[in-house]
Design a protein around this ligand. Structure first.
Ligand code: F6R
Length: 243
């Protein structure tokens, strides 16, 4: 069952997401978080970093796994999603890189995916998956169509994702064409899932995610089938009041 919470605006969304993440960290200090990059969760990560800086949140035992990574990038490439996660979460929240589970794009893809899955299993699975919603309904880089049990793997990006990711790096030509992604099966197995969605451009795909039957065409609609506790946090622009 999905619980949907609608906030007035992006600021309120970020505060509510930070509250939800902090509640998990307080309850389970050594929780393994599955962590999206992208623009939407950045406000929440900033709120968490401020709380930690003023001593209101202890993240010293927290563990983090990356959600996805472009394929074929060398360590240190400016477009690395691991680098983005470092700048936005690991460093501000002082999480040791040694404790993080990485999708290592410098390894052959099958080796990287196997190592990732083995590390997640050894850590006891994800306590909380923090996800954003792609314009085509993707979660991580599980591009449509995708099966509910899709494994962690190498995927080609759809044209829609390439256009959408161009805003991060400057130009469509700067967006790698393939990525490694945590599979649907692993992310749906998380004990809690928090999907954060903001803006009018996400309105239609969020409606298809929540209001239509689950299908491969809208990867996020598989959240309706997840066994854990699923919360969708959306701002009013993304989820207008129904008349
Ligand atoms: C990022 C990721 C993507 C984004 C999604 C939404 O690690 O996995 O699935 O969460 O594309 O991106 P934003 O939040 O930038 O709209």
């Amino acid at each position: 069952m999905i619980r949907t919470v609608v906030t007035a605006d992006y600021e309120a969304l970020s505060a509510a997401a930070a509250d939800a993440i902090a509640a998990t960290v307080e309850r389970t200090p050594d929780a393994l978080l599955l962590l999206a990059t992208g623009d939407t969760p950045m406000g929440a990560y900033r709120v968490l970093a401020e709380r930690r800086a003023r001593g209101a949140l202890d993240t010293s035992r927290l563990r983090v796994a990356q959600l996805d990574e472009y394929a074929g990038l060398a360590h240190g490439d400016r477009r690395s999603l691991y680098g983005w996660m470092e700048r936005s979460f690991l460093e501000p929240l002082s999480i040791a890189a040694a404790g993080t589970i990485r999708l290592d794009a410098s390894l052959p893809p099958a080796v990287a995916c196997q190592a990732y899955d083995a590390a997640v299993a050894a850590a006891g699975g994800f306590e909380l998956a923090i996800l954003g919603l792609g314009p085509n309904g993707h979660l991580g880089f599980n591009e449509p169509p995708v099966a509910r049990d899709a494994p962690t793997r190498l995927v080609p990006l759809t044209p829609e994702s390439i256009v959408s990711n161009a805003r991060y790096w400057g130009d469509e030509d700067d967006v790698p064409r393939e990525a490694l992604t945590c599979g649907m099966a692993s992310m749906l197995a998380a004990r809690q899932i928090l999907l954060v969605v903001s803006g009018p451009h996400k309105r239609e795909i969020l409606s298809r995610t929540l209001d239509e039957a689950p299908s491969a065409e809208v990867p996020a609609s598989w959240l309706q089938d997840a066994p854990g506790d699923v919360v969708v946090l959306a701002d009013r622009d993304a989820r207008p009041a129904t008349p």
